[in-house]
Ligand binder design. Structure first.
Ligand SMILES: *Cc1c(COP(=O)(O)O)cnc(C)c1O
Length: 481
């Protein structure tokens, strides 16, 4: 008989180790994995094992305020990097900034369908739920010493504003956020450029989002930059972001009767971060009946999950830009877990993908994924129909990403006795034109960002290409100790 170590969420719980999906980067603790972002072997950090809650422990979480629930669910991942008191203090601070008392309120649409509103944070996108906490975690870990952090990122809209809001004014951090000049919406640009804290650097760069992203990737691999500056990431390759997203699966399922009753979720998906958090919740013991991955016409994940074909095409721009991707970084975490956590084998599989832009899932990966995941794809007409259905039948205005999620939820053929929760990932006011085209209704900007168009803007315009950006960062970032 074999006794496996059990990780329990106790006050003095064990240290949680983080390993890379590609098997050769150093093992880190939670604080290390949070500050590192990408692993040095090109892989992504995951906990060495999934903490498990018993049915009784899950039942005891019902009715907790969101910030308390967050601390309970995350404590086993944090290990000894934060005391339980400190973690509770940080979750209270992060979620105290949300405009709804429930933080992520659940709304009923009809007999079977529910909407989990994740957009009540400061920048109206679900990314606030994770990034508000991540900003505080960075500040806490950096205050313990070490090098000041230079965050460099590229955004097509939502990540940039949520990340800037989360770190503005925080000690020991500078953030350099590149956006493609003239190619983000006015609301999205102003949400970034009207934050005037001296540690926030908005760079409007000539070219497309992919060009800006390529500049950032090159900087992470440029020894002249990484030697001088501790460069950090805020995109969803950062484990701490996914961890924070696990919480709202618990929050929603508990309200709908978990642990006694199963619940399904439909998730508008781009980089596979949000839906991977649902997979983690299931591994921890939450009774998730199914996770429905919703994609738009950029459907690499739908193809991978239905036929095992993970091959990247070219990106088609849509009304749901945060899902316009052809490579889903966090899918690697799922493939690692389903493939027996074999780092060297996954490193070889990913190297193949990186050189040919295509790969076949193994049988173990396909069969493992099929147990929990379904998928559906929505084209522009189907997105519009879902938006209209929600407005006409339930009186709810959805954003285009959420509408794609709802389309998938209604197409997934889930047993009518099982509640299906669609994650509402953005406030409709962030995508006013698309919503108005579909429904004839123009969503109103919530009061908390109502004066956005009167605020002063600040940004630096740079030519495309690597050198101008690298020079700017080098001249304005704080070097290592
Ligand atoms: C980022 C984003 C998504 C995609 O989430 P992933 O975690 O990348 O799958 C979906 N909808 C909206 C509105 C987003 O901002």
């Amino acid at each position: 008989m074999q006794f496996l170590p059990v990780v329990t969420p106790t006050a003095n719980g064990p240290r949680m180790d983080y390993v890379s999906t590609r098997g050769s980067a150093p093992v880190l603790d939670f604080a290390g994995a949070t500050l590192a972002g990408l692993a040095s072997d090109g892989g992504l950090y995951v906990p060495r094992e999934w903490p498990k809650f018993s049915e009784g422990e899950i039942a005891a979480m019902a009715g907790l305020p969101y910030a308390e629930l967050a601390a309970r669910v995350m404590q086993p991942f944090v290990g000894v990097s934060l005391t339980p008191e400190k973690l509770r203090e940080l979750t209270a601070q992060a979620y105290g900034r949300f405009a709804h008392a429930a933080v992520t309120p659940l709304k009923q649409l009809d007999q079977q369908h529910w909407l989990l509103e994740l957009f009540h944070g400061p920048t109206l996108a679900f990314k606030d739920v994770a990034l508000q906490l991540l900003g505080l975690l960075f500040e806490e870990f950096l205050a313990r010493g070490g090098d000041p952090l230079t965050i460099v990122g590229a955004t097509s809209g939502d990540t940039g504003s949520a990340a800037i809001d989360a770190v503005a004014g925080r000690a020991h951090i500078d953030i350099f956020m590149l956006h493609p000049k003239g190619r983000v919406s006015d609301v999205q640009r102003r949400q970034m450029t009207t934050v005037l804290s001296p540690n926030v650097h908005n760079l409007a760069v000539e070219g497309t989002f992919d060009d800006a992203q390529a500049v950032v990737k090159r900087m992470f691999n440029d020894p002249a930059m990484t030697g001088r500056f501790a460069i950090g990431a805020v995109n969803s390759i950062n484990w701490a972001r996914l961890m924070a997203q696990v919480v709202y699966y618990f929050a929603a399922a508990l309200q709908l009767g978990a642990p006694r009753r199963e619940v399904a979720f439909a998730v508008p998906t781009g980089n596979f971060g949000d839906v991977f958090a649902g997979y983690v919740a299931a591994q921890m013991g939450l009774p998730i009946h199914r996770l429905v991955v919703a994609t738009n016409v950029n459907d690499i994940l739908h193809r991978a999950l239905t036929s095992g074909d993970y091959s990247a095409g070219t990106v088609t721009p849509t009304a749901a830009p945060s899902m316009d991707i052809q490579v889903s970084s966090n899918f690697e975490r799922l493939l690692f877990d389903l493939g027996g956590r074999d780092g060297p084998a996954l490193a070889a599989q990913m190297a193949g993908f990186e050189s040919t832009k295509a790969m076949q899932l193994t049988n173990a990966q396909r069969e493992g994924a099929a147990k929990l995941f379904s998928s559906a794809r929505a084209d522009a007409d189907q997105m519009t129909q879902a938006l209209r259905w929600a407005w006409e039948e339930t009186g709810e205005l959805l954003d285009p990403h959420t509408a794609i999620g709802l389309h998938a939820a209604r197409e997934a053929g889930i047993d009518p006795h099982i509640p299906v929760v669609t994650l509402a990932t953005a406030h409709p006011a962030k995508f006013r034109d698309a919503v108005e085209r579909a429904t004839g209704q123009r969503p109103i900007l919530p009061a908390r960002i109502g004066d956005l168009f009167e605020r002063e803007e600040r940004m630096v315009e740079l030519p495309g290409g690597y050198d101008a950006v690298a020079e700017y960062v080098a001249a304005h970032a704080v070097p290592r100790g």
